[in-house]
Design a protein around this ligand. Structure first.
Ligand code: AP5
Length: 219
């Protein structure tokens, strides 16, 4: 199963991907997380992309496509959730090709629809566990015990550098300019389902479960 979680920054893709990984046999591929990991480890790739990400711009397609191709090449038989990829038409076409040569295809694209004001509110309150990366929100998604990660009980948390309000607005603009076209591409293929991701976390979860069961996957 190849599932794409599609939507603007802050629409809840990463949060829902975590839930699916915890409850189903999926491997989560977040190109943003992979790039942040390169930056954290101070690799050549990390140094190359840091300025681009801090400015809220897209990393060049060839870099992103190579990362995804390497992952699928190693374990083509896995169930994957892609979060934050593909984000340009070039990436979507490359995805089709790299899956096609392995007799795979995108099974479902879930499109997270959220109004733009809410996105900024969600991103400005986001923080995550410094150890396991579980994502929280100051108001909408707090740890059960204040200051303690639900998943790994760590007590240190971090905020993303590109979650600064000016950069967030830039990221949303870039999304509207470069990524909306990807929605049209998957709509034409009949693979895309839009959900109202402005609802609360549990309602969004349950919508996603319904979408998955319609393509034969149950949680
Ligand atoms: P990336 O890391 O992919 O960021 P993004 O797409 O901007 O998405 P976010 O991680 O900000 O949001 P999300 O939808 O996962 O929301 P979340 O679940 O955290 O990309 C970062 C950068 O990397 C890009 O700008 C680019 O430079 C580069 N990059 C990555 N992929 C690339 C590619 N393919 N091509 C080129 N460049 C690429 O939720 C947000 C907050 O809301 C959280 O606090 C959460 O707790 C809360 N929340 C979630 N759901 C709800 C809800 N239903 N109700 C209330 N609050 C909620």
């Amino acid at each position: 199963m190849i599932l794409i979680l599609f939507g603007p920054p802050g629409s809840g893709k990463g949060t829902q991907a975590q839930y699916l990984v915890d409850n189903m046999n999926f491997q989560h591929i977040s190109t943003g997380d992979l790039l942040r990991n390169e930056i954290k480890q101070n690799t050549d790739l990390g140094n190359q992309v840091k300025g681009i990400m801090d400015a809220g711009l897209y990393v060049p397609d060839d870099i992103i496509i190579k990362i995804v191709d390497n992952i699928i090449a190693k374990e083509p038989e896995k169930n994957y959730i892609f979060d934050g990829f593909p984000r340009t038409l070039n990436q979507a076409l490359a995805m089709e090709q790299l899956l096609g040569v392995r007799h795979l295809k995108v099974d479902l694209v879930i499109d997270f629809s959220v109004n733009l004001e809410e996105l900024v509110q969600r991103i400005s309150g986001r923080f995550s566990c410094a150890v396991c990366g579980t994502v929280y929100h100051d108001k909408f998604n707090k740890p059960k015990v204040a200051g303690v990660c639900n998943k790994c009980q760590a007590t240190s948390f971090v905020r993303r550098q590109d979650d600064d309000e000016t950069v967030v607005k830039r990221r949303i603009e870039v999304y509207l300019e470069e990524t909306e076209v990807v929605r049209d591409y998957y709509t034409q293929k009949g693979a895309l389902v839009t959900i109202n991701a402005s609802k609360n976390l549990d309602d969004v979860k349950s919508n996603i479960k319904d979408c998955l069961s319609q393509v034969g996957f149950t949680i």
